[in-house]
Every structure is written in structure tokens, then in C-alpha cells.
Design a protein around this ligand. Structure first.
Ligand SMILES: [Zn+2]
Ligand SMILES: [Zn+2]
Length: 178
């Protein structure tokens, strides 16, 4: 499944934000956004950092809501708050949707694009693609865009290996002669 570079970047931004544990400084916030292709000229202000931190549970909700309808309603409300308005543009050479007014500030643009990206996954692939990590001690979320939709862990190398190793040790323990 391919959401295109522009939409894909917003999706990664949403996941990175939700999973971020260190989002306490303007520089950390700027780095997170820059890593996902946002143009951020200077560290975010304390107010912007606070608003980004507050955005995390808002975006996380659709990964954990008991029904997809709850999660979708929640993000639709965010888009209504942001007064999102789809406008197709190719100002950078590739056609893509803009949803925010040109004068919207950085955090409002992040908010809107992340909400659109998560809702687009539901529309194009189904809400079951928005998952939380199956590892016991991990609260990370991820988007399963694999063909067979069988991904269970936020990161196969860390959470996947740790869980498999623990299961292996448990099996060996169970098989020890008493
Ligand atoms: Zn654009
Ligand atoms: Zn994990």
C-alpha cells in the first residue's frame, strides 16, 4: 500500500508524535518534524511544544478507541475545529491536497495533516490497520501497511525480538524436567 510521499510523511509524523517520549524542548519538537520533511526554521516556542504535546492523545485515540466510529468521529471533529478545506495544488510539481489555510501556523498544519492522514488510512485500508504494539511493555502505535496485514509490533527488531525471546524462554522453562 502506498499513500504517496506527501501523505506518507504526514502519517509518519502522526506516528512519531504519538510515540515520542521526549517532546519537552522546542529543539526536540523541531527535529521530529524536520525528520519527516517539515520546514522548521527555528526551535518551536514553549507554547507550540505544549500544543504538540496536547495533540498526542488526540491522535492516539483512533488507535485505541473501542469502535472505529468513535475514532473517526473524534478526528472529524478535529478537522472541523481546524476548518479544514480540501484544495488540490501542484505548487511543488506534484499534485497533492492542501487542507489548511495558507496562513495557518505550524501546529495547526501538523494537526490537520496528521488527522487527514490517519482518516485516509481508515478510508483506504480500514481502521484495523491502526494498531498498538503487541509487546507487553510497549505502548507505541504503528500503521500496518503490509500486504498481508499481519504486523504485530512497532519494531520487529526490538519489540518483536524481545517478545519472541521471552516466549522462547518461557517454553524452555515449561519443558525443563522437574
Ligand atoms: Zn503543498
Ligand atoms: Zn513496541
Amino acid at each position: 500500500m502506498n499513500f504517496g510521499t506527501y501523505a506518507g510523511r504526514a502519517l509518519h509524523t502522526a506516528v512519531d508524535l504519538i510515540n515520542s517520549d521526549d517532546l519537552s524542548t522546542g529543539e526536540a519538537a523541531a527535529t521530529l518534524l524536520r525528520d519527516r520533511g517539515w520546514t522548521v526554521d527555528q526551535p518551536l516556542t514553549p507554547d507550540e511544544v505544549e500544543r504538540l504535546r496536547a495533540l498526542r492523545p488526540v491522535l492516539r485515540y483512533i488507535f485505541t478507541s473501542s469502535t472505529p466510529h468513535d475514532g473517526v468521529r473524534h478526528l472529524n471533529a478535529v478537522l472541523a475545529d481546524m476548518r479544514a478545506l480540501p484544495q488540490l495544488t501542484n505548487h511543488d510539481g506534484a499534485w497533492h491536497w492542501h487542507y489548511v489555510q495558507p496562513d495557518a501556523d505550524l501546529v495547526d498544519r501538523v494537526t490537520t495533516r496528521c488527522a487527514v492522514a490517519l482518516l485516509s488510512v481508515v478510508a483506504d485500508a480500514g481502521a484495523s490497520r491502526l494498531r498498538t504494539c503487541a509487546a507487553d511493555d510497549c505502548t507505541n502505535v504503528f500503521v500496518d501497511l503490509s500486504r498481508n496485514s499481519a504486523r504485530r509490533f512497532c519494531d520487529a527488531r526490538t519489540c518483536g525480538n524481545r517478545t519472541h525471546a521471552a516466549a522462547y524462554r518461557a517454553r524452555r522453562r515449561d519443558n525443563q524436567p522437574q
